[in-house]
Write a protein that binds this ligand. Structure first.
Ligand code: NAP
Ligand code: GFB
Length: 324
């Protein structure tokens, strides 16, 4: 399925722009020359309107009148908040996505790029996973609420194309990290949570407690790299079907390797303790970026150790404003 897109005068609304990926897109647009002539970019957060509420969503679209939308707004978090709040992840994300996509359609938005996640793929599968496999079996139990809500975006995109010819599409990131992440121990994803915990342990001269065995494997993608890909997708990617936006399968590392990169970046010399009573979550979800590489053969990802170092440096330099 491919649709014609009219790129020229664009008023781009970025929902969820105060978060990790929104901040990365804002950086690319304003500090890497990402903004082109004829483009206007609008970055909004929940302060501009609660997108779980249809009336507030309509008011946001009436106020900003976008022609294009990058839809990032979502209830997001690491493994441990998912384990506690599957229902909330399911309901809030279903509401946000339905309100945004339907309002975009009703107000004539030409293109929407939404974010899925590699955790939504079937848990029992063959590797590497690719874009054709999203609906092939149940997702991992730890985040089934979020995963089903995200899968429905893909169904909605196909339905908006079938019934209305809309080019509403999605990208599928793997684990993302970078400046402006959620560094809290309770709700953060692994890299940001462990950065926050390691920094604190260094200040207090204590050990770092890492959850689980450290054996699960993840593909970690730097938020700035993802921001560049999402902007490309908004302008150039014409398929309704999703595209995996991630470092390649060869870049996959264990949690333990990631923790060691953090310790090195923060110059932490203390003890690292693995609490094996805590969940490992999904052991792997290795995803192929082969489709992306066909479209963008020259795209280079920031090596994970360099990106971890830059994120640690950002955290230390911005400790006062970081969400920790
Ligand atoms: P994030 O840092 O948690 O930011 C979430 C954003 O959504 C914030 O701007 C937040 O606004 C907004 N938001 C939440 N609830 C809202 C509501 N009811 N109404 C309006 N806005 C609301 O998330 P992120 O990591 O940047 O993720 C962006 C997108 O990428 C999400 O769709 C996520 O599912 C997807 N994704 C993320 C990862 C990852 O590893 N982080 C991986 C794969 C996919 P406030 O700041 O005002 O609350
Ligand atoms: O990033 P994360 O929370 O989520 O990573 P997922 C979880 C993995 O890191 C598990 C280990 O193996 C944990 O045992 N881990 C170690 C920690 N220490 C910590 C810690 O302090 N905090 C956290 N959070 N983990 C998420 C999904 O899965 O992937 C989301 O739940 C989202 O839906 C995201 O899509 C991209 O990679 O397991």
């Amino acid at each position: 399925m491919a649709s014609e897109i009219n790129v020229g005068q664009m008023r781009v609304l970025v929902t969820g722009a105060s978060g990790l990926i929104g901040k990365a897109i804002e950086h690319v647009v304003y500090h890497e020359g990402g903004k082109r002539d004829g483009e206007e970019w609008i970055f909004i957060s929940s302060k501009d309107g609660d997108l779980t509420d249809l009336g507030q969503t309509k008011a946001v679209f009436e106020k900003f009148r976008p022609t294009h939308v990058i839809h990032l707004a979502a209830k997001v978090g690491g493994l441990f908040i998912h384990l506690k709040e599957n229902l909330r992840f399911l309901r809030e994300n279903i509401l946000i996505n339905d309100n945004v996509l339907q309002t975009a359609h009703e107000t004539g938005v030409t293109k929407v790029v939404s974010c899925l996640s590699s955790c939504i793929f079937p848990d029992k599968t063959t590797y590497p996973i690719d874009e054709t496999m999203i609906h092939d079996g149940p997702p991992h139990e730890s985040n089934f609420g979020y995963s089903h809500a995200k899968r429905i975006i893909d169904i909605q995109n196909r339905a908006y194309f079938q019934q209305h010819g809309r080019c509403y599409t999605s990208v599928i990131p793997t684990n993302v990290f970078g400046p402006f992440d959620n560094f809290t121990a309770e709700n953060g994803h692994v890299l940001s949570a462990v950065i926050g915990k390691t920094y604190k342990a260094k200040q207090e001269g204590t050990q770092v407690n890492v959850c689980g065995t450290g054996n699960p494997r993840r593909q970690f993608t730097y938020s700035l790299d993802l921001g560049r890909i999402i902007i490309w997708a908004l302008r150039e990617y014409k398929e309704v079907e999703p595209i995996i936006a991630s470092v390649g399968v060869d870049e996959e590392i264990t949690i333990k390797e990631a923790v060691h990169m953090i310790a090195e970046s923060l110059d932490f010399k203390g003890k690292i303790h693995y609490d094996t009573t805590m969940s490992d979550g999904q052991m792997r979800k290795t995803a192929s970026n082969g489709k992306l590489k066909c479209y963008l053969p020259d795209f280079t990802f920031t090596p994970v150790n360099e990106a971890v170092k830059m994120t640690c440096d950002w955290f230390v330099a911005n400790y006062d404003i970081a969400n920790k």
